[in-house]
Write a protein that binds this ligand. Structure first.
Ligand code: CP3
Length: 333
């Protein structure tokens, strides 16, 4: 267990905790090396030894405080029997959704399919690299998984309105939530010390849809994680009001995106906050990049703040930039 958990629990810590979404990924040459020999992304996620190595890669380079397991949110639709392919430059492609097949998938089948993820967590949490560090497990939020399962590809900026007329929506949500709980429980039982819920497509919804598609299912999941004695960080990317989300859903901590005004967040939210910096700022000259980071650190000076970005590290990022940024955050007093 590490200082992320301490920060969330409002214990005294002597530096700002820091990690990055997509810290294990294509910007790292050592990741690309493994990836070039493993062209099937899902098989790579389901290879505990290799995914452990990838999970630990950024910790070997940078003084970061947490590892996030190398996996993917779409392993849930995969475990529910939906066909999943990652096509180069096209992103994820899912097969036709067969409602009967999904609803009738047994817990046994799900756990058997996802067992390599649990092995990955088990062996990673025991590695000496993880001493005093947090190991973050994760799931995609119910709405975001539903979008992928029905749209069957990355939706970019719009969602097909038909999605709101799906007659099986309730049944599908119920099954996704049951599967998410199973997946969370197994991650925690195997050594995940924190859970993050990624609602990457929250920003596609209008506010009249929040209650049904975001708040209700996320409250159920947040309560479930807390009932297991573990803290949960939510990232409802692009939501109109993070404050309203926090008041209703009550996560242990909230990750903000880079478009939301951090001052407004600092003034209105008093639970621990994570992230915010624009990943594109990691492509700027060093002084501009550090100015952007300093802005977040100063705004959240009097908050329990975990440094991170407002979305994932982009593949064009120079690893040296991450190193400079981490050293800056760690040295900031
Ligand atoms: O380092 C980490 O953050 C941990 C690993 C991780 C991955 N995916 C690995 C990955 C995590 C936490 C995710 C979550 C995830 N996956 C989300 C939520 C966060 C977000 O980005 O909004 C979503 C929406 C997905 C679905 C997904 N997986 C997409 C849309 C893509 C293709 C686009 C892209 O960013 O490459 C993936 C593939 C993927 N997942 C890669 C990695 C490292 C790239 C694989 C490759 O081509 O080498």
């Amino acid at each position: 267990m590490g200082i992320l958990k301490d920060c969330i629990n409002k214990k005294k810590i002597d530096s700002t905790p820091v990690w990055f979404m997509r810290q294990a990924g294509r910007y790292l040459p050592e990741f690309r090396e493994i990836r070039s020999k493993n062209t099937d992304f899902i098989n790579l996620c389901l290879n505990p030894e290799l995914s452990k190595e990838i999970t630990l890669q950024p910790l070997k380079r940078f003084k970061i405080d947490a590892a996030i397991i190398f996996s993917d949110i779409l392993l849930i639709p995969y475990a529910l029997g939906q066909e999943l392919k990652f096509v180069k430059n096209l992103g994820p492609q899912l097969g036709e959704l067969n409602i009967e097949r999904i609803i009738n998938t047994s817990d046994n089948e799900i756990q058997n399919k996802l067992n390599p993820v649990y092995q990955l967590i088990n062996i990673t949490s025991k590695d000496s690299t993880m001493n005093n560090k947090d190991l973050i497990g994760f799931i995609g939020a119910t709405w975001t998984l539903f979008v992928y399962m029905l749209n069957r590809t990355s939706p970019k900026k719009k969602v097909d309105e038909n999605i709101f007329n799906n007659p099986d929506q309730k049944k599908i949500f119920k099954k996704i939530i049951a599967t998410q709980k199973l997946h969370i429980k197994n991650q925690i039982d195997n050594g995940a010390s924190l859970i993050q819920i990624f609602d990457s497509w929250a920003g596609l919804l209008t506010e009249d849809k929040y209650e049904k598609y975001i708040y209700q299912p996320t409250i159920e999941l947040v309560e479930y994680v807390k009932s297991l004695g573990v803290e949960v960080i939510c990232f409802p990317r692009g939501i109109k009001s993070y404050k309203e989300f926090c008041d209703i859903v009550k996560p242990s901590a909230i990750n903000i995106d880079y478009e939301t005004d951090p001052k407004n967040i600092a003034d209105n939210i008093n639970i621990p906050i994570q992230g915010g910096m624009n990943p594109a700022h990691l492509l700027l000259e060093e002084d501009k990049m550090l100015r952007s980071a300093r802005n977040y650190l100063e705004i959240f000076r009097n908050h329990n703040y975990i440094f991170n970005l407002g979305h994932g590290v982009v593949p064009e990022t120079n690893p040296e930039t991450i190193k400079k940024l981490v050293d800056f955050v760690k040295g900031y007093k």
